[in-house]
Design a protein around this ligand. Structure first.
Ligand SMILES: [Ca+2]
Ligand SMILES: [Ca+2]
Ligand SMILES: [Cu+2]
Length: 317
């Protein structure tokens, strides 16, 4: 049993824009929404520092400038890693959301996700798009390898799912949302999500149709920005059902996710393992994906960045 650290240790170097999250025991997951979030179970996490906002384009550019890092999306995939893949797919590319012009089958996400050659962090919508006017937007189209490289360079790490969820809850244990139990308290939008009928109509009522610059919505109880919504965020945990991991009888101490091999989608011929991503994005909409909540989680293949996935780092004392 690990011991929670209620007091904040001295701030280590390089953590100026980070917030101390006191460790503690909280209710992780939810029994009231999607099956992958259940069962809700008690978890204890030790204290840590976390970035107040997701890593921005300007921050990622500084990293690339210093290191020469070339992201996964900017490289042609190795055919050996993707047996049977069509050659036209083995080019530098990334996955971009494209709003369909008319109503589509919601059961098939290829109706709005498109593999776009030339899409990468500098060209979030593909060739011809740019981040010139978006230095303070979250960086997107980053695969697991890229976020790990950034974290190493910054002297930081990626959070576990439990650390991320504790931070997201902002001290409101068991609440539906990061700010309480109502989606729009007093009619106010608390996160960058999707209004209107997904994926055809985006009314942008919250002010933003795509990503928003970091920090345009109210912080949570810990002062953290955009934990919910804007972009999904990578965690270090291998994806596995909570039910296979949690022990309802007792509190789980510092959980570290599932097993690499078991995180693979059984239908994936390339057998790419998957991490847990958290928090939902600007594409989450009441009629399709109500994942603008701390308990929400989805598997994400480590080789795949998208136009609605970013990350933030932590530092453990
Ligand atoms: Ca929005
Ligand atoms: Ca987020
Ligand atoms: Cu969603």
């Amino acid at each position: 049993m690990s011991v929670a650290q209620p007091t904040r240790p001295d701030r280590p170097p390089g953590t100026a824009d980070m917030t101390w999250i006191p460790g503690g025991t909280f209710l992780m997951g939810s029994d009231d929404h999607y099956p992958e979030e259940a069962p809700a179970h008690k978890v204890t996490v030790e204290g840590f520092w976390i970035d107040r906002h997701t890593v921005t384009n300007a921050e990622f550019a500084r990293f690339v400038g210093r290191t020469g890092h070339v992201t996964v999306a900017e490289r042609a995939p190795d055919p050996a890693d993707y047996p049977g893949a069509r050659p036209e797919l083995l080019v530098p590319a990334s996955t971009v959301f494209r709003r369909p012009p008319h109503r589509v089958d919601l059961g098939n996400h290829y109706n709005w996700w498109t593999y776009v050659p030339g899409a990468d962090w500098r060209h979030p919508q593909g060739p011809g798009s740019s981040i010139k006017k978006k230095p303070d937007h979250p960086v997107v189209h980053v695969a697991w390898e890229d976020v790990q490289a950034y974290a190493r360079w910054a002297g930081k790490e990626l959070p576990t799912e439990a650390e991320w969820e504790l931070a997201c809850r902002g001290g409101l244990d068991g609440a539906e949302f990061a700010w309480g139990d109502e989606l729009n308290p007093g009619g106010r939008w608390m996160a960058n999500t999707w209004q209107g009928e997904f994926p055809v109509e985006n009314t942008g009522e919250d002010g933003w149709e795509g990503t928003a610059p970091v920090g345009r919505f109210p912080p949570n109880g810990y002062g953290l920005l955009d934990m919910v919504g804007n972009v999904w965020e990578w965690t270090v945990d291998w994806y596995q059902a909570h039910g296979e991991l949690a022990h309802a009888c007792c509190t789980v101490a510092s959980p570290r996710g599932g097993e690499r091999d078991r995180s693979v989608d059984p239908g994936d011929p390339a057998r790419i393992p998957r991490k847990v991503m958290k928090g939902g994005s600007h594409l989450c909409a009441p009629n399709y994906c109500r994942r603008y909540r701390p308990a929400a989680r989805m598997p994400q293949a480590v080789d795949t960045g998208t136009s609605h996935l970013g990350f933030r780092c932590i530092v453990r004392p």
